[in-house]
Design a protein around this ligand. Structure first.
Ligand code: GLA
Length: 381
């Protein structure tokens, strides 16, 4: 929603003028999937789909939020947080973490609006967390430290919301830069902004299937990875290689599924590193091959794809303008991502949509995404 309409909605809801506008983007992960919680490497980019908040600070400790998308209001007192369920829990989680970090918080009134599809693997929740943190930053006048806010948002999701996610999504929504992907070492949190090659479009392909019971499957994958790391005698799968893993293959107690999970993580870390080299040398053909290999590994070894994701990836890979395609995000539904020749992107989108519909009976939503910047203040009176 543009700022004018967001501002009008604020006025009609709160009978006062908004004093500031903040935003935080969703993300698509280019490569490095299920590596973040294994201390590994990821390569996401923030997308030009985001959550925007219009706000007006209050002098007391009350936060009132109105979501234009859900047409729902939620209010809470900073000093007495209780769980009631729903989207406002992200706000309470951020509040709890900021308080724990010793930040003196003031309340605010806010209207929220976004265009990131929910549950599609494009990190609408990380965007919500970072946008709320940015809103608190304006209302309570503290310095914006993007890295600290990303860590705090991950803690909010782990501890308050109860999802054991890694750090990738919050980092992408906090620190990304326009036209660049984020190469992140999830152990040291060192990062580099890597320029995306010209003439290439990043196409997000939403299968419109959703994760369902995936949170338990996500946590199960995490424990299988931890089990494999224990067997291999390393603190995380980042610290081993395929040769080492193969030594353990036969009859040493490492379960077949933990072996496959480990093989995915180890090879995916290598692919993420290779992808960075491919980007730096503008070797888009190789980058595409890495995408395809990543999908096969997520499908066969990590087993987090579904039929719809496999179908849409196959349709994309079969198109002559496509360099490579893979599922993206946690999996079990949601989106895939393709690298496509910019000049032929419209024909690509049309042909993939048709082919996917024929194969799966579902209508996909395809977005050509631009790499955008992390959470920011848009305007302040
Ligand atoms: C979700 C999590 C991330 C990451 C991905 C898989 O998006 O929030 O931390 O683990 O899945 O790469």
């Amino acid at each position: 929603m543009d700022l004018k309409n967001l501002s009008l909605s604020f006025e009609s809801h709160f009978n006062a003028e908004a004093q500031a506008f903040v935003r935080a983007p969703g993300r698509v992960n280019l490569i490095g999937e299920h590596t973040d919680y294994n201390g590994g490497f990821v390569l996401p980019m923030a997308i030009d789909r985001e959550i925007r908040i219009a706000l007006r600070p209050r002098d007391d400790g009350i936060v009132r939020l109105f979501s234009l998308d859900f047409e729902a209001e939620s209010a809470f007192e900073i000093a007495s947080l209780t769980r009631t369920g729903g989207w406002a829990e992200y706000a309470k989680g951020i509040t709890a973490q900021l308080l724990q970090a010793g930040v003196a918080l003031k309340g605010f009134d806010a209207t929220l609006s976004g265009d990131i599809p929910v549950g599609a693997g494009l990190s609408s929740s990380a965007a919500l967390e970072l946008a709320l943190a940015r809103a608190f930053c304006v209302a309570s006048s503290f310095n914006w430290d993007a890295l600290q806010m990303a860590k705090l948002a991950q803690q909010a999701e782990n501890e308050w919301v109860g999802v054991q996610c890694g750090i990738m999504d919050q980092m992408a929504s906090a620190v990304c830069q326009a036209n660049r992907a984020l190469f992140l070492d999830c152990r040291s949190l060192e990062f580099q902004h890597i320029l995306l090659p010209k003439g290439i479009s990043v196409v997000v392909m939403d299968t419109t299937t959703r994760r369902g019971l995936a949170d338990s499957a996500y946590n199960e994958r995490r424990s299988e990875c931890e089990e494999a790391a224990r067997w291999l005698g390393v603190s995380s799968l980042r610290d081993t290689n395929v040769k080492n893993l193969n030594k353990w293959k036969a009859g040493c107690g490492l379960s077949e599924s933990a072996f496959k999970r480990a093989r995915h993580v180890i090879t995916e870390n290598q692919r993420a590193l290779s992808a960075v080299k491919a980007l730096k040398t503008e070797n888009v053909n190789y980058l595409g091959e890495l995408f395809n290999a990543s999908h096969a590994s997520l499908r066969d070894d990590f087993e987090v794809s579904n039929d719809a994701l496999n179908h849409i990836v196959e349709c994309a890979q079969a198109h002559s303008a496509c360099y490579g395609a893979r599922m993206t995000g946690a999996g079990f539904g949601g989106c895939a991502v393709a690298l496509v020749e910019e000049e032929k992107v419209e024909a690509f989108a049309q042909s993939v949509s048709e082919a996917y519909c024929q194969k799966s009976g579902l209508a996909a939503a395809l977005y050509v995404c631009r790499a955008s910047a992390g959470a920011s203040l848009l305007h302040q009176e």
